[in-house]
Write a protein that binds this ligand. Structure first.
Ligand SMILES: Cc1cc2nc3c(=O)[nH]c(=O)nc-3n(C[C@H](O)[C@H](O)[C@H](O)COP(=O)(O)OP(=O)(O)OC[C@H]3O[C@@H](n4cnc5c(N)ncnc54)[C@H](O)[C@@H]3O)c2cc1C
Length: 470
């Protein structure tokens, strides 16, 4: 596939679309858009373009499509799977489009531009007693558009579900320059194939979201959080099954392994005794019943050998407990400068097997590793320690991660639960989807016949070029 380089004339035409100030070829600006939170790839674009509205997005796409210029869509750049301009061209940076257009309190929905930051949206929604629940670890920075593109989720998915469960409607710009509207402002429809849900998780391969209509939930009135420590990781994973099975409907069940506990204790000034596993459990509700239910959770934790349990109702104390979880990834980054972050998910009956296998793989490859994750839904992030400056370090981490991904798929799980495929996980697409992978490639060709959108992200360009439309 041959793409056209961005010329001086192209820059002039792009400036006519978005305005003089919103096209840049400045080296620092290009470098800032050449890498994201995945430390594996750095690729310079030829220009960065910041559209201000849906029509500008559509016109930039139409121009790039006509001229065969690759376009990489970028929001906050917190992707841990890698979404950078592998083939140069334009980075379409969506962060200027960051307005909350409407909060419809009675309909319990919000209409937003894609560049709005998750936490800012929830700050605004809290004034109405509403929230958009998925709560990724990157909440302070990531955008709603990036979340929809990756079907992101987080600490509360075990109770509230994932981004896909909240997207009611989308406006989307296609590579042809057409703007299409999908879905409706209601919680359910029966009106043919659900293209809205299909687009969630499409990682910018099929089009650019320019407006998103989100379903909202009432903020819970009462929350109680518990932290528990275990000497044996298997005791912790056994407790997880029981809590999920009893119908206590936890809003979060989070897990930290020994290495992660040590990192967070060292760097976050938290006084946590040494342990093999840490669980954080949170319950949400309307009233005092939540406290009774937490007593049931504590009994389960005790029965499974937790040697330290602390519950908190007061906000400051709850925040302190959450600090252990929210500080986990940044603390691990202090030990390992360029780690490979995994995102596997397994059926919850297989969590214990998966954790045991993880330790066995880490030892075999001689790679240090911390685990942290949304264990209530079987989703664990391995942080495989690596330093790209050290020969062989990244390769060892990649091989170890590859083994645990293959094992997760074998167990009936998936290569990614919430971070998306990006550049890093596309090698698992065939293994994950079998023959259905061909259908996905056909879909890509149908929406983006000239392969201008996010080339090399999620799908290998060679695979897309090789597939025939039926
Ligand atoms: C410290 C840390 C913790 C994290 N924790 C979590 C977590 O708990 N749960 C979780 O799910 N993720 C987590 N992530 C990963 C990441 O934050 C999410 O995937 C997030 O949704 C990405 O949003 P973004 O705005 O940064 O998008 P980007 O990284 O800029 O882009 C992500 C993808 O979305 C596409 N995209 C962006 N905007 C649009 C648009 N308008 N239209 C079409 N495609 C678009 C991009 O092309 C790219 O493929 C974490 C990341 C970090 C660094």
């Amino acid at each position: 596939m041959r793409y056209k380089k961005v010329s001086g004339e192209d820059l002039e035409n792009l400036r006519r679309i978005v305005g003089e100030d919103y096209v840049s070829t400045d080296e620092d600006e290009l470098a800032a858009n050449a890498i994201d939170a995945f430390p594996g790839e750095f690729h310079m674009p030829e220009a960065v373009v910041w559209p201000g509205n849906a029509h500008e997005v559509a016109r930039v796409l139409a121009y790039a499509n006509e001229n065969r210029i690759p376009v990489t869509i970028r929001a906050a750049g917190t992707s841990l799977s890698g979404c950078v301009p592998l083939y140069g061209g334009i980075v379409l940076n969506i962060t200027r489009m960051n307005r909350v257009k409407e909060i419809a309190e009675r309909d319990m929905l919000a209409v937003v531009e894609p560049g709005v930051i998750y936490e800012r949206l929830n700050e605004q929604l809290s004034r109405y007693g509403l929230f958009f629940p998925p709560d990724p670890g990157s909440a302070v920075a990531c955008t709603v558009g990036g979340m929809v593109a990756n079907n992101a989720s987080g600490m509360r998915a075990v109770k509230y579900g994932v981004t896909r469960d909240y997207v009611l409607a989308l406006e989307m710009a296609l590579p042809s320059g057409k703007l299409v509207k999908l879905g409706a402002r209601v919680f359910k429809t029966s009106i043919g194939p659900d293209l809205t849900r299909l687009m969630v998780g499409s990682e910018g391969a099929l089009g650019v979201f320019t407006e998103i209509t989100l379903r909202l939930r009432p903020l819970p009135r009462k929350m109680v959080t518990a932290l528990a420590l275990f000497d044996k990781v298997t005791d912790a994973t056994d407790a997880v099954y029981e809590i999920v099975r009893t119908g206590l409907d936890p809003a979060a069940i989070e897990f930290l392994s020994r290495k992660t506990i040590q990192a967070v204790t060292q760097f976050r000034d938290l006084n946590i005794p040494d342990a093999d596993a840490l669980l954080i459990i949170e319950l949400h509700g309307r009233d005092e019943h939540v406290l009774e239910h937490m007593r049931d959770v504590e009994r389960i934790l005790e029965r499974h050998g937790a040697f330290h349990i602390k519950s908190a109702e007061e906000e400051g104390e709850r925040k302190r407990i959450w600090e252990a979880r929210k500080g986990a990834y940044p603390s691990l980054l202090r030990i390992s400068p360029s780690p490979l972050t995994g995102d596997i998910i397994v059926p919850i009956s297989k969590i214990t097997d998966m954790v045991a296998k993880s330790y066995e793989i880490a030892e075999r490859y001689g790679v240090d590793m911390g685990m942290v994750g949304h264990i209530g839904d079987g989703n664990v992030h391995h942080t495989w320690f690596a330093d790209r400056r050290e020969p062989g370090s990244w390769e060892r981490a990649s091989k170890a991660n590859e083994e645990i991904v293959r094992y997760a798929i074998e167990l009936g799980g998936a290569a990614s639960a919430e971070h998306g495929i990006g550049i890093e996980k596309k090698k698992f697409m065939r293994l994950q989807h079998g023959e259905a992978y061909e259908l996905m490639l056909q879909l890509k060709r149908l929406f983006d016949p000239n392969n201008i959108l996010n080339p090399g992200i999620m799908f290998d360009l060679e695979d897309v070029m090789a597939v025939e439309l039926p």
